[in-house]
Design a protein around this ligand. Sequence first.
Ligand code: SAM
Ligand code: SF4
Ligand code: SF4
Length: 350
Amino acid sequence: MKYGFDLKQLMLLAKRSRLLNILRWSNKSPVLASLIIVLTNRCNYKCHMCPLGRDIDQRTKDEILDMDIGIAKKLIDEISEFRIFKPRAHFSGGGEPLLYREFVELASYCREKKVNWSMTTNGYTLNKFYKQIVDDNCRNLNISIHGYSDVHDNVVRVKGSFDKVVSNLNLLDEYKRAKNTILPRIALNCVINKRNVEYLYDILNTFKDLPLHSITFQHLIFTPNDLEDTEEGIPENKEVEVVRRFIEHAENNQFGMPILFFPSIKTKDLFHYYNDFDYPFKRTCTVPWLALRVQPEGGLTTCNGLELGNIRTEKLKRIWNGHKNNEFRKKLRKSGISRNCNRCCHRNYY
Ligand SMILES: C[S@@+](CC[C@H](N)C(=O)[O-])C[C@H]1O[C@@H](n2cnc3c(N)ncnc32)[C@H](O)[C@@H]1O
Ligand code: SF4
Ligand code: SF4
C-alpha cells in the first residue's frame, strides 16, 4: 500500500475488521501509518476541555514553541524516503496548526515531495488558507466544532467563532466545487462535554446541513486528576444517560453522511467509561504499531510522552523500530496498557 491513513479512520476501521491485531505479534512494526506533527503550541481558542486551552492564560512567552521549518521539512523528506508504505503527515496536536507561521511553505513542500498530508484544525483562520489547502493536496481536514452558535462559542471561549468557522467551511466548499475536487474530505469533530451535552440533538441537526463528509462525536479524553479540580468536570451519570440515548438515536436514523462515535464503546459501558476507573475494560492497543508524534522541538514521542529520540540527530526509520520503541511495544504486548493510558481514545474498550 502506498499511502498512510488518518489515525482516527484507521482505528475505527481496525475496530470493525480486527485485522490490524496481527501487527501486535511482533515488537517491530512495518507500518508507520501516521506521523502526527505538532507544529506549534500556540492557540487562538481556550477550549474548556483541552488542557492547553485551560492553561493558556497562565503561559509564559518561553513556553510557546514553534517547530523550526528546517525540522518540519526534514520530516517530510524522511517520509518521502519510505518505499513500500509511506506514512501520512498529520498536522495536529497540542496547538492550532494554522497558526504555524510557515504553514504555507510547508504545505507546498508536502505537495512537491508527494507526501500525503492531513490536518486537524479549529478552522478559525481557514479563510486565509483554504485555497492553499486544496491546491497543495490536503487529503483529510478534521474541523473541530463543538456545537452551534453560543454553545460552540462557550466551549471554545471565542465569541463569534461558530459563525466564522461555518463561513470558512463554505468558502472551502465553494473552492472545491470550482476546482471539481472532493479533496480534502471534511470530517467534523465535536467533543462531547458538559457544555454541549444537553444540546446534542440540535447540534446534529445543525451539522448535517454543513458541507461535510462525516461527523464524529468524540468522547472526552481525560484522567480523573485532569478534570476533578477544574470547573470542566467529568460528565455525571444523568449526562451520560443523555449521551447513551443520543448514540442510539444517531445509530437508528439516516443523516445523509456517516455519524461516528470515537472511541468505540458499547453503549452499556458508557457509564463505566466516564465514572468507573476500575472497570475491567480490555487493555489492548495497536497505536504504537501505527503512529508516532513529533513535538515542536523535534522530539519523537510515543505514548504518555515517552521520548524515543530526536529528529535533529536521528533518522525517523531508525527511531520507529529502534530499541526504545520495540521495548515499549514488548511491554505492551506482555502487560497490556498501563494505568497512565487512562481514558485515551486509541485503546480498545471491548
Ligand atoms: C488538541 S486539538 C489540536 C488541533 C486544533 N487545535 C483543534 O482544536 O482542532 C485536536 C482535537 O482534540 C480535541 N480535543 C481537545 N481536548 C479534548 C479532550 N479533552 N477530549 C477529547 N478531545 C479533545 C479537539 O477538539 C480537536 O478536535
Ligand atoms: S483549539 Fe485545539 S488546541 Fe486550541 S484549545 Fe481548543 S482543542 Fe486545544
Ligand atoms: S491507550 Fe495507551 S498505549 Fe494506546 S495510544 Fe493511548 S496512551 Fe498509547
